[in-house]
Design a protein around this ligand. Structure first.
Ligand code: KG4
Ligand code: ZN
Length: 350
């Protein structure tokens, strides 16, 4: 089964062709970073307009790179949510129109579930069902969650951020340090050789005690990154030093705080659930320190760890086509009640 995937939930316009839910034949990504950089973050109007402009070419390129034509495609998949509504609309409506025009089924996909599925892309990856039960750490610009998966289709949220996402914290921290946008990779590059213990920064909820937060989640499995960003701001306000070595040490300390909070909560979740399989996906899963620490945790706790391949961490359409091609029910593209869902929760009925 050949699925053409389309992803436009934020600032990447992406299309990909995936065979049988796991063989990626093409993966085209047109990133808008340069257009948003002057504003220090994603501007929804600019993003949606850019999606309209480039999506037709991106789709054509994905077919060409895969060496297939429209007659080979069996279904079209598109991100339904969560994401920016004006961006989601462009890709989802384009997919619906193409499905109608080509007489193909349309498969709506949950962006977060696709990030989790991305860990199992690639020829050497295990089958996600064989890897279950597992705990998946999803770390992106908009989400930070710990999810228990008892099968590739059964998700139970164990913990999530109560405020900023890990990627958002890195982006905001980078902006405070004058490192530009996007911040995650800027902090990683700046932190090389820096002292991660130079400044003591909070780990949010690390000693937050027990009890539950709204939604019934255990507080000790949740994250909070907004205090980290505020602590950084106060720290920077107290000194005029902006030397290269100072910023290097601050960036290293900030990155350490984010990664430490993530691995600390993951360790607790693993102990609590008695699970030995772990996966990790989302844009922040590209971070070298996080990957290293997850490897160490796996050794310490004798875990089996599966990380999303580097190319499939940040937003891409291969993960959309892959999830769709692994057995979701296809929808009639004419189904009129179906619209994008900017707050689509993980594990919900599409
Ligand atoms: O998954 P993604 O592409 O978009 C969302 O669905 O949100 O994640 C984007 C996030 C951004 O916050 C970006 O700063 C972060 O991923 N990111 C990184 C790295 N590369 C991207 N964070 C840390 N280290 C990286 N190397
Ligand atoms: Zn994403």
């Amino acid at each position: 089964m050949y699925v053409l995937g389309i992803e436009t939930s934020c600032d990447e316009t992406a299309a990909a062709v995936v065979r049988d839910g796991r063989h990626v034949l093409s993966n085209v990504i047109n990133t808008q970073i340069a257009q948003h950089r002057p504003y220090g973050g994603v501007v929804p109007e600019i993003a949606s307009r850019a999606h309209v402009e480039v999506l037709p070419d991106v789709v054509e390129e994905a077919l060409k790179d895969a060496g297939v034509s429209w007659s080979d495609i069996d279904a079209i998949a598109a991100t339904r949510g969560p994401g920016l509504s004006s961006s989601l609309l462009v890709g989802f409506q384009a997919a619906r129109s193409l499905a109608l025009r080509m007489n193909l089924p349309l498969i709506p996909v949950n962006h977060l579930e696709a990030h989790l599925c991305a860990a199992f892309l690639g020829e050497d990856a295990p089958d996600p069902d064989d890897f279950c039960p597992m705990i998946a750490l999803l770390v992106s610009g908009g989400h930070t969650c710990l999810i228990r998966m008892d099968s590739a289709r059964h998700f139970r949220m164990l913990g999530q951020t109560l405020d900023d996402a890990a990627g958002e914290a890195l982006d905001k921290g980078a902006s405070l340090m004058g490192l530009g946008y996007p911040g995650g990779v800027a902090i990683q590059n700046t932190a090389v050789g820096g002292n991660p213990y130079f400044v003591k920064l909070p780990r949010g909820l690390k000693n937050g005690g027990g009890g539950q937060v709204a939604g019934g989640l255990q507080r000790e499995l949740c994250f909070s990154f907004s205090g980290l960003k505020t602590a950084l701001r106060y720290f920077l306000e107290k000194t005029e030093d902006r030397s290269e070595s100072f910023i290097r040490d601050v960036a290293a300390s900030y990155q350490e705080a984010v990664v430490d909070a993530l691995t600390d909560r993951l360790r607790r979740a693993l102990k609590r659930e008695g699970i030995r399989h772990v996966s990790c996906g989302g844009g922040v899963a590209r971070n070298a320190l996080l990957r290293e620490r997850l490897g160490e945790l796996a050794e310490e706790m004798s875990l089996e760890l599966h990380l999303a391949p580097f190319d499939y961490c940040t937003d891409n359409a291969a993960m959309i086509a892959a999830l769709a091609g692994s057995g979701l029910p296809a929808m009639d593209p004419c189904f009129e009640g179906l619209d994008v869902h900017p707050n689509l929760p993980i594990g919900s009925e599409i």
